[in-house]
Design a protein around this ligand. Structure first.
Ligand SMILES: N[C@@H](CCC(=O)N[C@@H](CS)C(=O)NCC(=O)O)C(=O)O
Length: 229
């Protein structure tokens, strides 16, 4: 029995999306509450008074925050679905390492490309390529292949995290006018992301491309405007 599961999130948020994907992999039914950042709900502020951010998973009335923490909670709580983390402790440690690299390093670098212009943006793009190179080598060395996903036939923690960041690379490339996932430079990462974005579960969870392009253009315009003010 899943109990009552409510996810407070934002359709366009990569952090929310990774939690939604984890719930879908496990086959857990949940209610989605779309939050408005210009008018945060009383529930959001009560459940996450420290960061006042989404995603927040509320399980039987108890809130859990921070996307990576939530995904581990999902994995430990609903043992009946496919595992999101390997049972072997060494493999589990490696997955946590790469998830944190993606979450902290690659995502931060991409965020810098979104909120800069001109030379600062050129530097940020270079940084993204450096991180992608590290990821490509890391994947080659640790997960030389065979399965469509890092976790095997079902997505796991690393798969949902990479999907939440690079699953929308075409949106980023269109809005920013920069090519990130060059298949010649990053063959492993490219085929991994392709397998993920072509899977029915991801297609179902991903908002339409045009909608995300519109949202990202708006976010970028606001960020550039506040940086210039
Ligand atoms: N480290 C957090 C980051 C969550 C986060 O940044 N959420 C954004 C949505 S993309 C948010 O709620 N922003 C609201 C705000 O900044 O006011 C996680 O992994 O869950």
């Amino acid at each position: 029995m899943a109990g009552r599961v409510v996810l407070h999130g934002r359709g366009a948020s990569p952090y929310s999306r990774r939690v939604e994907l984890a719930l879908k992999v496990k086959g857990i039914e949940y209610e989605f509450v779309e939050e408005d950042f210009t008018n945060k709900s009383e529930a959001l502020l009560r459940y996450n008074p420290v960061h006042k951010k989404v995603p927040i998973l509320v399980h039987n009335g108890k809130p859990i925050t921070e996307s990576l923490v939530i995904i581990e909670y999902i994995d430990k709580t609903w043992k009946e679905g496919p595992p999101l983390l390997p049972r072997d402790l060494y493999e589990r440690a490696k997955v946590r390492f790469w998830a944190s690299f993606l979450h902290q390093q690659l995502f931060e670098a991409i965020a810098s490309v979104i909120n800069t212009d001109g030379e600062a943006q050129d530097r940020a793009v270079k940084e993204v390529h450096e991180k992608l190179k590290v990821l490509e080598e890391g994947i080659k060395g640790n997960y030389p292949g065979g399965s469509p996903f890092i976790n095997g036939n079902n997505m796991g923690l690393l798969d949902v995290v990479v999907c939440s960041i690079l699953g929308t690379h075409k949106v980023l490339e269109e809005v920013l006018g920069v090519k990130f996932l060059d298949p010649e430079k990053y063959a492993m990462v490219n085929s991994w992301v392709k397998a993920l974005t072509e899977s029915p579960l991801v297609k179902e969870a991903m908002p339409p491309h045009e909608k995300l392009v519109g949202i990202l253009r708006l976010i970028r315009a606001r960020l550039l405007e506040s940086a210039a003010a």
